[in-house]
Each structure stands twice: as structure tokens, then as C-alpha cells.
Ligand binder design. Structure first.
Ligand SMILES: [Zn+2]
Length: 374
């Protein structure tokens, strides 16, 4: 096992040296940090990857085959955002490794979002419940066989996600796109023409929110993706649902509160804002990656002026539906070939056809809590 791990570390570091510039060319840096990660970061993430004992077949050890790019689903398309869109500004927070059942009323902000907005109670990530494959599905709307991201570490030679991200669709329509993340390996989610600004701000969610505060307060129409890594780290070190893990959940709750507070100070308030909070996977003991429910069940909350209030979605929602929902909210077309479907119940202005499809249980009375500003 030790030999195997060392071999992986050496190979990853060699690949970084030999081909780091290949990926660098496809990443649009949002800050002045060097585009190539330090060896320490790569080694740590390779160790993370190797620690996911249940992650299934590791393609890193599979024979390399020449990669033939699939046809581009967006080739030749002219994409525009419909003026009838329900949201101008979408913020997607992914709290890495946050189990759906780890959120309690004691986590005041997360509990507030799910109580006041739309809560999908049966949301699941893909069967490969690890960070990169799951996030790839979250931001593209397709499962692993289509987006091709079967690995879970920073591997520059592997290139980027192979199905257009929602960031790319948004940019084709002239919208702004920013990602502020806590793990270097999420560079693989920056496809050509995708996220305009990509910032690695550190593993603490405080750092993520601080780096994102300006774009959250003043950013124009488009998408901001925030990635909080603390919870996953606590889960691997101390075990999922342990006291340190639950403390990390509370910390993520406080970071989410800062995001909500910053958004409320936008010039137009929250009226045209859609905030979605979800996760890439759950976990059990000190790992995740299996197809079991405890690893796949994720929180999924939509909140803000562009979200439906007091709504429970009890049907199955897949993480692929997140990209689809965000495209729909921004009045953008669905990417040809996308597998996700918009969670129409979550959108405040989803049109009569969408309203007719609603299968949710609407709570009759408003709660005593303050409603989001419209
Ligand atoms: Zn993990």
C-alpha cells in the first residue's frame, strides 16, 4: 500500500512537471497566483485521492488510451439569455462532504434557507460519490460516462471536463462567471470558454467568502460558484458526524451566513438572486465514494428572490439537475445532451407550464421567520 501511494505521488508530480502548461493554457486565472500548483498541494491532493478507499476503479492505473474529443454539443450555437429569466445572479455554494442529515436547526442559516426557500429532501449525487466526478456532474448536468471525469485528483495531463459546463453556456450568452474554490483539483472543471475567473482561495470557507465578497456584492448577471472544503477535511480526519465534523458544518453555516449578508447588500437586493446550497457527496466513517445512500444523499436548498418560497420537493433530485436549474433560472437554453432537468418547483418565476408540473407539498402558512427580500 505504501509503495502504491508513493508511486502515485511520484507519478502525479512528474506529470505536473511534464505537462502542467497543457492545463494552464485552459485556465483563466482570476488572481495573481501561479497557475501551476505547488508540489505540496499536488502531493496532498494525491494523498486525498488515494485515501478514498471506496472510490472504485482507479483509472490512473488503467492503460492509457488516446483520447478522441467528442463532438462539441455547443458548436455553431448562438446562445442568448431570455429576458423572461427568473434570476439575474445565481450563487451556487457547494459544501464539500456535507451530509444531508448533518444539517440541524442549530445551523441557523442553512436551516433558514431550507425553511424559507425550496428544500429538495431526496437529493442525490452520482454513484461515484467523490469530489471531482460529482462536481463535474453538478456543473455540467451529465453523469460520469458523458463528462468523463473518472479521477479525483489534480492530473494536468487528463485535461478538463469533457461536456460543456453551465459556465460556458452562460459566457456564450455574455454573462459573467466566477469560481472561488478550496481545492486545486477543481481546475479540471474549467473548460475552454467556461469560468472566466477561477480563484483558489484556500481550504477555509472564510477565505473563500472573503475572496468572493466583491463579486457577491457587485457582480453583474451570471454565476458565482463557491466551494467550501472544510467539512470534507474534518470528515476524513475525524469521521463523518463526529464532533469535529459537526463543528465544521457549523463553520460552513457561518460562512453561508456571510454570503447571505453580502448578497443582501447588493444594489438591487435579493429580488433577482438565486442562491443554491448543495454538496458533492456525504460520507461515512472516514471516507466516501461508494454508491450507498449515506455517501450520495446531499442537501439541496434554493433561496432568494428568484426561488420559490416554503416549498418542499420530495421527488428525487439529482445533482445533474443543479446545472439544468441554473441554466433555466438564467433564461439560458439547456445544453444539448444534458441529462439533468430543471427543478422547476424551486424557481419563483417558472411560467405556467412549469407550475403545472409542480408536485410539491406547499406549506399553507408562512413561518414566523422573516422572508427573503424581494
Ligand atoms: Zn473527500
Amino acid at each position: 500500500m505504501r509503495i502504491c501511494l508513493l508511486t502515485r505521488l511520484l507519478l502525479v508530480m512528474c506529470l505536473l512537471t511534464l505537462s502542467g502548461t497543457g492545463l494552464q493554457a485552459q485556465v483563466h486565472e482570476g488572481d495573481a497566483r501561479p497557475a501551476v500548483a505547488s508540489a505540496a498541494i499536488v502531493a496532498r491532493e494525491a494523498a486525498d485521492d488515494a485515501s478514498h478507499a471506496n472510490a472504485g476503479v482507479d483509472l490512473f492505473e488503467a492503460p492509457l488510451v488516446p483520447f478522441v474529443p467528442p463532438p462539441d454539443p455547443l458548436a455553431g450555437m448562438h446562445i442568448a439569455s431570455s429576458p423572461e429569466r427568473s434570476a439575474d445572479f445565481v450563487v451556487l455554494i457547494s459544501i464539500d462532504g456535507l451530509r444531508a442529515d448533518a444539517v440541524t436547526p442549530a445551523n441557523h442559516t442553512l436551516a433558514r434557507l431550507r425553511n424559507e426557500g425550496t428544500w429538495a429532501t431526496d437529493a442525490m449525487t452520482i454513484h461515484r460519490s467523490t469530489t471531482l466526478p460529482s462536481h463535474a456532474s453538478m456543473v455540467t448536468g451529465v453523469d460520469l460516462p458523458v463528462h468523463g471525469m473518472a479521477w479525483n485528483a489534480y492530473r494536468p495531463s487528463q485535461g478538463v471536463v469533457r461536456f460543456p459546463t453551465m459556465f460556458r453556456v452562460a459566457r456564450m450568452a455574455g454573462l459573467a462567471t466566477t469560481m472561488v474554490v478550496g481545492k486545486n483539483k477543481l481546475r479540471h472543471l474549467v473548460d475552454e470558454g467556461g469560468a472566466e475567473n477561477f480563484i483558489i482561495a484556500g481550504r477555509g470557507c472564510d477565505q473563500i467568502v472573503s475572496r468572493a465578497s466583491t463579486v457577491l456584492r457587485t457582480g453583474g448577471p451570471g454565476i458565482v460558484f463557491l466551494h467550501f472544503a472544510d467539512t470534507d477535511q474534518a470528515g476524513h480526519r475525524h469521521g463523518w458526524m463526529s464532533q469535529p465534523y459537526l463543528a465544521a458544518v457549523e463553520h460552513a453555516d457561518q460562512c453561508t451566513e456571510r454570503v447571505v449578508d453580502t448578497l443582501s447588500h447588493r444594489a438591487g437586493g435579493l429580488a433577482r438572486v438565486l442562491l443554491i446550497v448543495t454538496s458533492d457527496h456525504g460520507g461515512h466513517r472516514r471516507s466516501h465514494g461508494s454508491a450507498s445512500e449515506v455517501d450520495r444523499h446531499i442537501p439541496w436548498y434554493a433561496w432568494g428572490g428568484a426561488a420559490a418560497r416554503d416549498t418542499r420537493v420530495t421527488r428525487r433530485v439529482n445533482t445533474q439537475d443543479t446545472a439544468s436549474t441554473i441554466l433555466s433560472a438564467l433564461g439560458l437554453p439547456q445544453t444539448p445532451g444534458i441529462e439533468g432537468r430543471p427543478v422547476v418547483e424551486a424557481l419563483h418565476e417558472s411560467g405556467s407550464a412549469a407550475l403545472a408540473e409542480r408536485t410539491t407539498r406547499r406549506r399553507g402558512a408562512r413561518t414566523a421567520r422573516a422572508a427573503p427580500q424581494h
